[in-house]
Ligand binder design. Structure first.
Ligand SMILES: Cc1cc2nc3c(=O)[nH]c(=O)nc-3n(C[C@H](O)[C@H](O)[C@H](O)COP(=O)(O)O)c2cc1C
Length: 402
């Protein structure tokens, strides 16, 4: 087992679901408690068919939750308190059923309601018969959950309770504890840091109804905000209009134009900012002669021209700030050359370059293929992965820089 100190005083919600591997969760609860964690166990109705609450209560010295509607409970909405205060929610063993319920956002018992209400990291250790595991339904559920940032530990191949051997066996308790420790280390590494992130494509008005904008969806910036929140950071997301839901746990500053973004970013950085990640696609140009009213068509004139002037350069405006600065370079040609030039010119610590001309990555899709360059000259090429996975890589690097 790895070092145990990271578990000291951590609040772990341990959700136990109705698998034959339930009895191993008793050992898990006991070892987490011995390592200094406060373990709040939630048992599903099915789990209670296999094991009893009194066993967990005796080992964790804490109340065990078995019912969403517990009239005797001191806090009638204790699932919300648990969800808010937890450093991590661990579901072990996790049935095929709970994975399906998590995918669809069910909240029909104490465990699912707690999972839905939390912004803390969620870790699951599945256990099930190999055909249940291999079933497309289960695999699709897992793919969605991984995309949302849920971490999986196991299962492994080995003897199954159903007889025979296959994939779906509960990971060993010691490996689960090591996994929890690693994820806790990763998820608290930005604690007490204020990370300012910009996202979306700014909109520069031409007249009362028209704007100049770009195809940025904001997805990469929002993924960065979620990743930073889940690692314990205080996050301010300065965002141009997007169709995305606000990432839970971040302070959201909504803006439209590059000038408004400059103000939003400056205010946030001045508020004890530690790092700025400019993932927004900020317009380079704004109208030089904005019309208050809608510009009308003029009979007989087939063309019209708009005079443009440069918008303020937000990263340049931050050049005196003693913070870590990470930029993005969305390019359609000469990716590395252009990104390297931007890295130097804007005195960035790191730049994330992506080729937005390819259909499967970049603007308005869920995946990204990026190259990370830093001021020391290192170059890391990442394969095509989800924007949340890209965000996690960037947070790993930021954590080292901070
Ligand atoms: C003896 C027995 C063992 C079971 N073992 C598992 C298992 O290992 N994994 C699993 O996904 N389901 C297993 N099930 C089925 C689940 O208990 C069932 O899907 C239940 O609805 C899960 O509810 P829960 O996810 O709310 O705990 C088992 C059922 C029985 C009767």
């Amino acid at each position: 087992m790895a070092e145990i100190d990271i578990l000291e005083n951590k609040r772990i919600v341990l959700g136990v679901t109705g698998s034959i591997a339930c009895y191993k969760a008793i050992d898990l609860a006991s070892k987490l408690t011995q390592a200094g964690a406060n373990v709040d166990v939630i048992l599903t109705r099915s789990a209670q068919e296999f094991i009893s609450a009194i066993t967990f209560r005796s080992l964790t010295h804490r109340k065990v939750i078995t019912d969403l509607f517990d009239a005797e409970s001191e806090d009638p909405i204790e699932h919300i308190a648990l969800a808010k205060n937890a450093d991590m929610i661990v579901v072990a063993p996790a049935t095929a059923n709970i994975l399906a319920k998590m995918k669809y956002g069910f909240a029909d018992d104490a465990l699912t309601a707690t999972i839905l209400a939390t912004t803390s990291p969620i870790v699951v250790a599945p256990a099930m018969e190999s055909n249940m595991w291999a079933n497309n339904a289960t695999q699709e559920n897992i793919t969605t959950l991984i995309k949302r940032g849920v971490k999986f530990i196991g299962p492994v191949e080995g003897h199954l309770a159903s007889g025979g051997s296959g994939y779906g066996r509960f990971e060993s308790v010691d490996s689960i504890i090591s996994g929890i420790q690693n994820i806790l280390e990763q998820t608290t590494d930005l604690k007490e840091k204020h990370i300012v992130i910009s996202a979306g494509g700014t909109q520069e008005p031409i007249d009362a109804v028209r704007v100049i904008t770009n195809r940025s969806s904001g997805k990469q910036g929002y993924a960065l905000a979620s990743a930073a929140v889940s690692r314990g950071a205080r996050v301010t997301l300065v965002t141009a209009p997007t169709a995305l839901p606000d990432p839970p746990g971040a302070t959201i500053v909504k803006i439209n134009t590059a000038r408004e973004m400059l103000k939003g970013v400056t205010d946030a950085v001045k508020d004890n900012g530690d790092a700025l990640i400019m993932a927004a696609a900020v317009a380079d140009w704004e109208s030089d002669n904005q019309s208050k009213n809608k510009i009308k068509k003029t009979a007989g004139e087939n063309t019209m021209s708009i005079s443009l002037k440069q918008t303020p350069d937000i990263l340049k405006a931050m050049s005196d700030e003693k913070i870590i600065k990470i930029g993005f370079a969305a390019e359609t040609e000469n990716l590395i050359e252009n990104a390297t030039e931007k890295l130097k010119e804007k005195k960035l610590d790191m730049i994330v370059a992506n080729d937005v001309s390819s259909k499967d990555s970049g603007f308005n899709v869920d995946n990204n293929r990026v190259v990370i360059l830093d001021k020391k000259g290192s170059k890391t090429e990442l394969p095509l992965i989800s924007k949340l996975q890209v965000a996690d890589h960037i947070m790993d690097r930021l954590s080292e820089l901070l």
